[in-house]
Write a protein that binds this ligand. Sequence first.
Ligand code: 16G
Length: 245
Amino acid sequence: FRPEAWYRAGRGPRYEQLYRHLSASIGSGELAPETQLPPERELALIADVSRVTVRKAVSRLVEDGVLEQRRGAGTFVRPARARIEQSLSSLLSFTDYMRQRGKTSSSRILRRGIFLPNPDEQVALGLPTGEGVARVERLRFADDTPLALEWSSLPTDVLPDPEVVETSLYDVLRARGKAPTRAVQRISAVNLNAVDARLLMLPDGAAVLRIDRTAYLPTGRPIEFTRGLYRSDIYDFIAELRLDP
Ligand code: 16G
């Protein structure tokens, strides 16, 4: 811990500066997993802030899932999680991927309904102007760990009833004979806003992988546009490459 690195640096309340400093030190590995934090009183002395300030910063990092408090032992940097390797070459659903790994997947539905499409949805799905879009927003878990946030959008004739999506969207599509057989994905790096960070239990501004998938029926019609924010501290995406013959 180097107080000079954050002292008088940045803006905002003291506890936020301390929060950001600690969270950056953990993110960079400077504070390694399993490191024990000095006791509150000591940390307050080193950082020259009140104990209340320390408590506020620390409890926010505990909420983020970055630190953990162990009864009678103190506060520790959480051990690194096992990473998930996901192939970029097979067209599977989140539920399928988790089944393959013997994990239990679940979702928290954040919003479901028919909405006015945004420009990305309109272009990806080729929606005529004035037409609504069926959208399902979900926070996706494996064994109780939040892994991704997903916004799935489909034409309303394919999914006039978005409220039927409970567990697996692809199971619903398969049951309707509308399973996609081809998809195009685009991966980019983005920083989380405060709301999404909280849902994924990551610090504000954490870098995640954004994956946009546009999926098509055998006829070539695009029927799904899903934007997902995947935790970069957990996911590795793997593609197999071959030399052209
Ligand atoms: C995956 C897909 C997403 C699809 C979802 C369906 C990626 C990058 N995205 O998360 O496009 O909508 O699976 O999962 O793999 P579900 O059938 O479990 O709802």
